[in-house]
Design a protein around this ligand. Structure first.
Ligand SMILES: [Fe+2]
Length: 408
């Protein structure tokens, strides 16, 4: 957003530099003296066009005066070479020539010259033409400053918009988890685990970051699930389980047709995080790679953290057992490739599971790159991630008082 206009700088108040290239030392002296009378101009001279090229490689002059007839490299050859140098593509250049040959002037114009001065030159004409070129250079500088200023402003505005989008997503996900009795720690952990799996699968920093930002919205559809079902401590009836499953479709309805890549991925995750690799999941019974990869990744992260976590309807399973359940779910509930990466992340997962404080995880969030099997039974507790307690067998880990079934 444009907040202030840049100051207008008159370059004639600054030190302005002019390079004069001529093989005649006496002519160089006359030109230097004439230009110096304009004032506030730093004049550099060079009697060799090849050496002049080297000087230009080290310093950006504001205007160049170059003779046409020089031994070794004439003024047009000099022009052709200097115009290939990035920071000399638009620097004003005046050619000094005693030639009246129309073809020389046409060649010089084709090579990028801006003006001509005929030898023997009139000092007043030289000052007038040089002043014009300095005015052109002044305009170029101001335009460059304005472009830089606006570019910086646009980039800042885009950064702020992206930050607001992330914040809104995070706040919305927090609101949904709060209804489920959560504090935000679950969605933050799911986001971080998903990011690590995505990175391990070679999705790159930028894609992994998008999954990280979108993952917290995987259960946004629970906003439409009644509290009585969402927070019910005991098993759900078949009818309640069906209502619970609708959170996937609600989530897609909320997120679909988003204007950004982030929302598009969030919709894929919300719609696919309860699908199973073997095709027995819901809502579409997608199988294998028909399930969006982003959803397959979040399915693993969500299931693992949900199995570890205590809920109103179940106790949390110890880390090692939950880890083993996910590994056992490879090829049935989960994409084997995602689980293979998951297995390599044990140390990181232990670290993530030790952090329940939302502030720690929120800091991490700010870091700156079809086929349906109706009656398939889950082969593991991990499978219960996409089955409901009312449909799946009740399972208990050693010493647990409630089944480690995940309704997330
Ligand atoms: Fe869910």
């Amino acid at each position: 957003m444009l907040t202030k206009l840049p100051e207008i700088v008159n370059v004639r108040d600054d030190i302005t530099s002019v390079l004069v290239v001529d093989d005649s030392c006496s002519m160089l002296a006359i030109l230097e003296s004439t230009i110096n009378k304009i004032g506030k101009i730093d004049v550099a001279t060079c009697d060799n066009p090849v050496k002049a090229m080297l000087k230009c490689a080290e310093f950006q002059y504001d205007v160049i005066l170059v003779d046409y007839l020089m031994p070794g490299m004439n003024g047009i050859d000099f022009l052709r070479k200097i115009r290939k140098v990035e920071h000399y593509r638009s620097i004003p250049i005046i050619m000094l020539t005693s030639q009246h040959d129309r073809n020389v002037r046409i060649d010089a114009l084709s090579a990028g010259v801006n003006d001509f001065l005929t030898k023997p030159f009139d000092p007043f004409e030289l000052r007038a033409r040089l002043s014009n070129m300095l005015a052109l250079r002044n305009a170029q500088r101001q335009q460059a400053k304005l472009v830089a200023f606006l570019t910086n402003d646009v980039e800042q505005a885009m950064r702020e918009m992206a930050l607001r989008e992330k914040e809104m997503i995070w706040r919305l996900a927090l609101a949904v988890e709060a209804r489920d009795g959560g504090t935000g720690a679950h969605i933050a952990r799911v986001a971080e685990i998903s990011r690590l799996i995505a990175l391990g699968m070679g999705m790159g920093e930028a894609c992994s970051q998008l999954i990280y930002l979108a993952a917290p919205l995987h259960d946004v559809g629970k906003i439409g699930t009644p509290d009585a079902i969402l927070r019910k401590p005991g098993p759900l009836t078949a009818e309640e389980a069906e209502i619970m499953r609708r959170h996937v479709k609600h989530g897609v309805q909320i997120l679909r047709d988003g204007a950004t890549e982030l929302l598009r991925i969030a919709a894929l995750i919300a719609g696919g995080h309860h699908e199973r690799w073997d095709g027995s999941g819901y809502p579409a019974g997608l199988k294998g790679e028909d399930i969006p990869l982003e959803a397959r990744i979040v399915a693993v992260a969500d299931a693992f953290d949900a199995i570890c976590s205590e809920r109103a309807y179940k106790s949390g399973m110890p880390f090692e057992e939950a880890f083993a359940e996910i590994v056992r779910g490879a090829g049935s509930a989960f994409d084997p490739a995602c689980v293979a990466v998951f297995k390599q992340l044990k140390r990181e997962l232990l670290e993530i599971r030790t952090h329940d404080d939302i502030e720690h995880l929120h800091e991490a969030l700010k870091r700156p790159p079809v086929e349906k099997h109706q009656n398939a039974r889950p082969k593991s507790v991990a499978g219960a991630h996409i089955e409901h307690a009312a449909h799946a067998p009740r399972r208990r880990h050693a010493g647990a008082e409630a089944p480690a079934v995940n309704r997330d």
